[in-house]
Design a protein around this ligand. Structure first.
Ligand SMILES: C[S@@+](CC[C@H](N)C(=O)[O-])C[C@H]1O[C@@H](n2cnc3c(N)ncnc32)[C@H](O)[C@@H]1O
Length: 284
């Protein structure tokens, strides 16, 4: 690896980014993770990556991009994306989607007569989305005892997946879970730093967490009844969104539902889905 011979970035120094470095950074995150860095993000890139460069003892963004490219584990890519994007999530986020599942999707699945339900939470972050869905479904299905609920929950970031797999959350986070479901599926434990809330085993066992970069080939087979890809596509440009949405269509069963984030309407993206409601789409 060739690094520059200049001094590593000092504690008080800001990271200066040249035009060509910014172009290279944009091309790299676009090609590896689909993420579209607009020119307005330059300040953010500089502010967020300066600390990482200092930690690694590097001097320039060019040096850092070499490290990212050469790291076959993609751990450094994850660090970089964690710095440039947000993993923000919460239980019952955009809760009208959860209402729609109970009011519209579950009755349809129950009338189908099979007890198998398959869901993919694509870009699951720290796990609140898939755990919430499992509680919602196990708490609302008429025949939950016999249900075979399988939720695949994937993310690019190993850091958020580690938190998700721990299945333990603080009091502030679990407050968003409706009380009846919280009482049924979450257990309060006393930890060394106060109360901690642990997701019960019957909810945990419905979920398989795995690392998956949405831009790479997908190893799993469909069909899924529902796919949630919420607040992930905001970082992708329209052609990347179109490609992704068509790949989702390929994994959904006919009549299956795609949920996207509230700021991610598919307006302007060509697709084969039937529009049901803002941010909710059905595979014909
Ligand atoms: C803001 S969180 C959304 C979490 C949850 N879906 C929600 O709506 O609350 C976005 C997540 O997308 C993940 N992500 C971004 N680019 C990705 C990619 N190319 N492949 C897989 N996950 C990606 C990030 O790591 C992050 O955890």
């Amino acid at each position: 690896m060739k690094h520059s011979v200049t001094e590593p970035l000092g504690a008080a120094q800001s990271l200066k980014i040249t035009d060509s470095e910014f172009r290279k950074a944009s091309e790299l995150v676009k090609s590896l993770a689909g993420i579209h860095l607009t020119d307005g993000k330059r300040e953010l890139v500089s502010a967020r990556l300066a600390k990482r460069l200092r930690t690694l003892g590097l001097a320039t963004l060019n040096d850092y991009l070499d490290v990212v490219k050469e790291d076959k584990t993609q751990d450094e890519l994850v660090m970089m994306l964690d710095a440039l994007t947000t993993n923000l999530t919460s239980f019952w986020r955009e809760s009208d989607h959860f209402d729609f599942v109970v009011e519209q999707v579950l009755p349809k699945l129950e009338s189908r007569g099979t007890n198998e339900i398959r869901i993919w939470s694509a870009g699951c972050s720290t796990g609140e989305e898939p755990y919430g869905l499992a509680m919602l479904i196990l708490g609302n299905l008429k025949n939950a005892q016999n249900a075979k609920l399988r939720i695949l929950a994937t993310d690019l970031s190993t850091r958020v997946l580690d938190t998700a797999k721990r299945a333990k959350y603080g009091e502030e986070r679990v407050k968003n879970i409706p009380p009846d479901l919280r009482n049924k599926f979450v257990t309060k434990e006393n930890g060394p730093h106060g109360a901690i809330y642990s997701i019960n085993p019957n909810v945990r066992s419905a979920i398989t967490f795995g690392r998956l970069n949405l831009m790479e080939p997908w190893p799993m087979k469909g069909p899924f009844d529902m796919i949630f890809c919420r607040n992930v596509m905001i970082y992708f440009d329209k052609p990347t969104q179109k490609q992704l949405v068509e790949r989702f269509a390929g994994l959904l069963r006919s009549g299956g539902t795609l949920f996207v984030g509230h700021s991610e309407s598919l307006a302007g993206v060509q697709h084969s889905f039937r529009y049901l409601r803002p941010t909710i789409y059905e595979k014909p």
